[in-house]
Design a protein around this ligand. Structure first.
Ligand code: NAD
Length: 253
């Protein structure tokens, strides 16, 4: 039987790359996303739910549907996250703090909370939580995001201990800066503001890694596929950076 994989924030970005990578392996894929238009672009064969990962009732209803349609769940990619505000801590409102913690942390908690009973009953399963290099280092100007991503790792460590005896593995991936529209939206304005070229700003940030480059979504997706596979059957409780090897977490272009 092909594996049943749920990916939150799976309609675009890293989650979409994960969904495509799992589908390419013959898995059955279900994507959860708040963006209905992005969900429409997903292949017809995928399960789809329009949900906000912070909405417990909607999440509970989605897991109810998954149980009814699939009878269980083999892999959870709790991937939803938002960047939150970029500002000095004294300018971060409590509202913005809470919104960032909610999507990154409450969202992972709720996904794990509802996936755990199904996986425990099966005596098998894999959860993969998306943290960030912000969850390994500080991130100046991004206090809520870094705090949330560190907390995701604490959640993962605890779930791995709690669920390991039931045959369920739990790991976290920490992507570095990912090539794509989100980073272009940082690079180009910063280049304009500093009178630099986009490539100069890119090289400045990429110099924070020993490999001198950003990662691609497919690199992160490949790690999710590996962590979900039998090749990783004794890998649990681990934090895996897919970041080109961060050597300076705060490079200044
Ligand atoms: P993205 O901004 O491209 O968004 C991907 C999807 O998330 C979108 O389809 C969006 O609708 C969905 N989404 C946002 N809020 C949601 C919510 N409340 N409920 C359900 N869906 C929601 O994101 P991304 O860059 O692909 O990031 C995915 C994960 O990877 C996040 O946890 C992010 O923090 C983490 N991450 C990203 C990068 C990066 O450079 N892109 C680096 C490190 C970690």
């Amino acid at each position: 039987m092909s594996r049943r994989v749920l990916i939150t924030a799976g309609a675009s970005g890293l989650g979409r790359a994960m969904a495509e990578a799992f589908a390419a392996q013959g898995a059955r894929v279900w994507v959860a996303d708040v963006d209905g238009a992005a969900l429409e672009t997903c292949p017809a064969g995928w399960g789809r739910s329009r949900v906000d990962v912070t909405d417990e009732a909607a999440m509970a209803a989605m897991f109810h549907r998954i149980r009814a349609e699939w009878g269980g769940l083999d892999v959870l990619c709790a991937n939803a996250g938002i960047a939150g505000p970029t500002a000095p801590v004294e300018e971060v409102s409590l509202q913005d703090w809470r919104a960032c913690i909610a999507v990154n942390l409450d969202g992972a908690f709720l996904a794990a909370r509802y996936a755990a009973p199904m996986m425990k009953a099966q005596g098998a399963g894999a959860m993969i939580l998306t943290s960030s290099t912000a969850g390994l280092y500080g991130y100046p100007g991004r206090a809520p995001y870094a705090a949330a991503k560190w907390a995701v790792i604490g959640l993962m460590k605890t779930l791995a201990m709690e669920l390991g005896p039931s045959g369920v593995r739990v790991n976290a991936i920490c992507p570095g800066a990912v090539e794509g529209p989100r980073m272009e939206g940082v690079l180009r304005p910063e280049a304009a503001a500093k009178g630099m070229t986009r490539d100069q700003v890119y090289r400045g940030y990429a110099s924070g890694t020993s490999m001198g480059r950003f990662v691609e979504a497919r690199d992160v997706a490949a790690m999710a596929v590996f962590l979900a596979s039998d090749a990783a059957r004794l890998v649990s409780g681990q934090v895996i950076a897919v970041d080109g090897h961060t050597v300076n977490p705060d490079p200044k272009p």
